[in-house]
Write a protein that binds this ligand. Structure first.
Ligand code: HEM
Length: 118
């Protein structure tokens, strides 16, 4: 299936956070999250990124700055993200969302002084 519509983004985001919630390393970092608020934020974030919807206004980095996360959390986050995309989608937008996630993860890690050069 291609990743073309907001409904596809919603499917993708829901499946990704289902994995996150079951993940031993990541689940504790998300324990405080208000899911009914967070999920729609993420639908808006990714549909702004991918579909040009411009429904997300916020500063994602600020939300991560104080989280107890290290490079291994980013590695695991990306692994689950890429897995979710590959299990459910194919095509140009599927490739684009994986590239964007990797690039933002790299920027966050740079800003947090966690970058390992990979
Ligand atoms: C180690 C990897 C990551 C962890 C553990 C993580 C964790 C979190 C948590 C716990 C929140 C909720 C913050 C709160 O509202 O209290 C959040 C929000 C968010 N995350 Fe991440 N995140 C990670 C990587 C990323 C990456 C790579 C991206 C982008 C590609 C991203 C995008 C966002 C966005 C857009 C929000 C919403 C910010 C807002 O409320 O405006 N995160 N993340």
């Amino acid at each position: 299936m291609e990743l073309h519509h907001r409904s596809d983004i919603i499917t993708m985001v829901n499946k990704f956070y289902e994995k996150v919630k079951r993940d031993e390393l990541l689940a504790p970092v998300f324990a405080h999250v208000d899911w009914p608020a967070h999920l729609p934020t993420m639908y808006n974030f990714w549909s702004s990124m991918l579909l040009g919807e411009q429904r997300y206004t916020g500063n994602p980095f600020q939300k991560h700055r104080t989280l107890p996360i290290e490079a291994r959390h980013f590695d695991q986050w990306l692994k689950l993200f890429i897995e979710t995309v590959d299990e459910n989608f194919e095509g140009e937008k599927a490739e684009e969302i994986k590239m964007r996630a990797q690039s933002i993860a790299r920027i966050f890690q740079h800003k947090m002084g966690l970058y390992q050069g990979n």
